[in-house]
Every structure is written in structure tokens, then in C-alpha cells.
Design a binder for this molecule. Structure first.
Ligand SMILES: Cc1cc2nc3c(=O)[nH]c(=O)nc-3n(C[C@H](O)[C@H](O)[C@H](O)COP(=O)(O)O)c2cc1C
Length: 196
């Protein structure tokens, strides 16, 4: 399996080919806002919370993530955005497999485990993060959380490097779903879904 890498930013004012689409040459006439203003606004958007996992030589890796969406339904493809500083990032590049496990509203502790802070009591890395939760293996080997809202086993088909992150496009080779309610994240807090 070979993932296709689309390399870095186009020079301002130049067109860039991504797949079959063409970015207009004059698309960069305005400067981007600063990262702090962007994050401040984006914090207002509630997001489902997942743990993205992968495995290499029997060692499991995972991180909590919200930058995940459907890319296309045909073919079934998920887009995840992962900071290149995250331990799982080069492993996904190397192995070409990952799984996306969307957490239930009762699994916020697992979300915290997979995004350790220096201030936290438990700063666990890689495989040690999997001590909590009922983890099993997807057919391709990536860790899958039993009891998650839904889970997607993915094969990497394309990598787009943008700024600090890699956008990974993964074709879905297996999916599971339950009727559990999903965990949300908004304004730096984990939250539950309310119904009207
Ligand atoms: C709610 C939440 C959402 C996050 N979403 C992402 C994300 O989408 N992509 C990402 O690269 N990091 C995201 N992070 C940060 C990673 O979980 C964190 O940097 C993690 O520690 C990286 O893994 P590492 O410690 O193995 O390097 C998020 C953190 C939180 C708390």
C-alpha cells in the first residue's frame, strides 16, 4: 500500500494541483488571521472526541483528537489532522494504518489519558495509555476500543502536509457502531450531548 504525499504550501499567487482540483492563482489575496484568533473562534465549535490509534512492531500508539471528518462516502474515506510532533504521526506514515475510535460520554477519562499534560498526575506514553478501556485489534492491527460510539479501521491513501499538521486520508475498511451517546469537546471542556 502506498500513500500519496502532497507536499507543502504553494508560493503566494501560484496555482497548486491537489488531485484533480485546481486552487485559483489569486486565492491568496488576503492574509490569514493569527493562530490565537483562529483558535479562540474554533473553540466555540463543539466537536466529537476520538482516540486515533495505530500500531508498529506490536507497540500501540494513540492520541485524543477532534480534527476528524468524513472526506467522502464513495469511497468511504475519513480525514484526520495530526500534529507532526505527535508520537503516532510518523508511525501512521510508516505503517499506513490507523483506527478512529469515537468516545462515549462516559469515556472522558480515556480522552484525558491519550492527551497527557505535564501537569497531569499520569504522563503515560504510547502503549501505557492503553491500560484503561477494553482494547482489541482491528483486522489490520490498529487498536480498537470496545464500547466506543463507533469505530473505523482505515488504510492510509493520501497525506497532505499543511503547516504543523499532516492531513491523513484513510479509506475505511471496517466500521462498527452502537447507540451510545458521544462525548463532545467545546471551550476546553468535555461535555455531554443535550437533547431539546
Ligand atoms: C479535545 C482534544 C482534541 C485534540 N485534537 C487533536 C487533533 O485533532 N489533532 C492533533 O494532532 N492533536 C490533537 N489534540 C492534542 C493531542 O491529543 C496531544 O497533543 C497528544 O498528547 C499527542 O500525542 P503524543 O503525546 O503521543 O505525542 C487534542 C487534544 C484534546 C484535549
Amino acid at each position: 500500500m502506498t500513500a500519496r504525499r502532497v507536499s507543502k504550501k504553494p508560493a503566494p499567487g501560484t496555482a497548486k494541483q491537489i488531485g484533480k482540483a485546481q486552487v485559483p492563482a489569486d486565492a491568496r489575496s488576503a492574509d490569514p488571521i493569527d493562530a490565537a484568533a483562529f483558535k479562540f473562534a474554533m473553540r466555540k465549535v463543539p466537536s466529537p472526541v476520538a482516540v486515533i490509534t495505530t500500531v508498529s512492531a506490536g507497540r500501540r500508539y494513540g492520541l485524543t483528537a477532534t480534527a476528524i471528518c468524513t472526506a467522502t462516502a464513495d469511497p468511504p474515506t475519513i480525514l484526520v489532522s495530526i500534529n507532526r510532533a505527535a508520537a503516532a504521526c510518523p508511525v501512521i506514515e510508516e505503517t499506513g494504518i490507523f483506527a478512529v475510535n469515537f468516545l462515549t460520554e462516559d469515556q472522558s477519562e480515556i480522552a484525558r489519558l491519550f492527551t497527557p499534560t505535564k501537569r497531569g498526575a499520569d504522563v503515560l506514553q504510547d502503549d501505557a495509555r492503553f491500560h484503561r478501556g477494553d482494547w482489541t485489534q482491528a483486522p489490520q492491527g490498529a487498536p480498537v476500543l470496545r464500547g466506543a460510539v463507533c469505530g473505523f479501521d482505515c488504510t492510509l491513501v493520501q497525506i497532505i502536509a499543511n503547516g504543523t499538521h499532516n492531513l491523513f486520508l484513510g479509506e475505511v475498511t471496517n466500521a462498527t457502531a452502537t447507540s451510545e451517546s458521544g462525548l463532545l469537546y467545546r471551550d476546553r471542556l468535555f461535555r455531554r450531548l443535550a437533547t431539546e
